[in-house]
Design a protein around this ligand. Structure first.
Ligand code: CA2
Length: 145
C-alpha cells in the first residue's frame, strides 16, 4: 500500500530562504516542496504539503488529516511552544505524528525548549536544517511499514 503523508508548516516558514538564512538556510519552502515531491515519487509515497500562518487553518488541516492520510509531519513553527489548539487537534488524531524543526530548539532561547507537541509525537527530528524534511519523510515511511 502507498503511504499517504502530509507535511504541515506553521507561521513564518513561508519566509524560508528569504530571511535569516544563517539560521534557517538558503532553501525556500518551494525547494522543500520540490525535494519532498521528488523523494516521494522515488520511494512510492504520496506526499502533500500545507503551510499557513493562521493557527485555525492548521487545526483544520490536522482534523482533515485523519480521513485522508496515514501519517502527519508537523513543523508548527512558533505555535510549537504556545498552541493549545494545535496540541488538542493532534491529541485526537489517530495517525502517527512526527514533530520536525529545522533548528535544534534545545540550544536556542529558553522559550523554545518547551514543545506542546513532543508528548504526542512518535518521534522528533530537529537540528538538521532543511534536510530534516526528507529525514522525517523517510522516518514516517518506515514507521508506517
Ligand atoms: O526550527 C524550526 O523549524 C522552528 O520550528 C522554526 C520557528 C521557530 O519559532 C521554532 O522555535 C523553531 C520559526 C520559523 C520562522 O522561519 C523563518 C524562516 C526564515 C526567515 C524568518 C523566519
Amino acid at each position: 500500500m502507498m503511504n499517504k503523508i502530509i507535511i504541515l508548516n506553521g507561521p513564518n516558514l513561508n519566509l524560508l530562504g528569504e530571511r535569516e538564512k544563517e539560521k534557517y538556510g538558503n532553501i525556500t519552502l518551494k525547494d522543500i516542496e520540490d525535494n519532498c515531491g521528488k523523494y516521494a515519487k522515488k520511494n512510492n509515497i504520496n506526499v502533500s504539503l500545507f503551510q499557513s500562518n493562521i493557527e485555525g487553518e492548521l487545526v483544520d488541516e490536522i482534523q482533515k488529516a485523519r480521513k485522508n492520510f496515514n501519517g502527519l509531519i508537523i513543523n508548527a513553527g512558533g505555535y510549537t511552544h504556545t498552541s493549545v489548539a494545535i496540541h488538542d487537534a493532534l491529541k485526537v488524531l489517530e495517525i502517527p505524528i512526527i514533530e520536525l524543526h529545522i533548528t535544534n530548539i534545545y540550544n536556542r532561547e529558553d522559550f523554545r525548549h518547551k514543545s506542546l507537541i513532543s508528548k504526542l509525537a512518535s518521534g522528533i527530528i530537529c537540528g538538521f536544517g532543511t534536510d530534516g524534511y526528507i529525514m522525517a519523510l523517510n522516518a514516517m515511511n518506515k514507521y508506517l511499514k
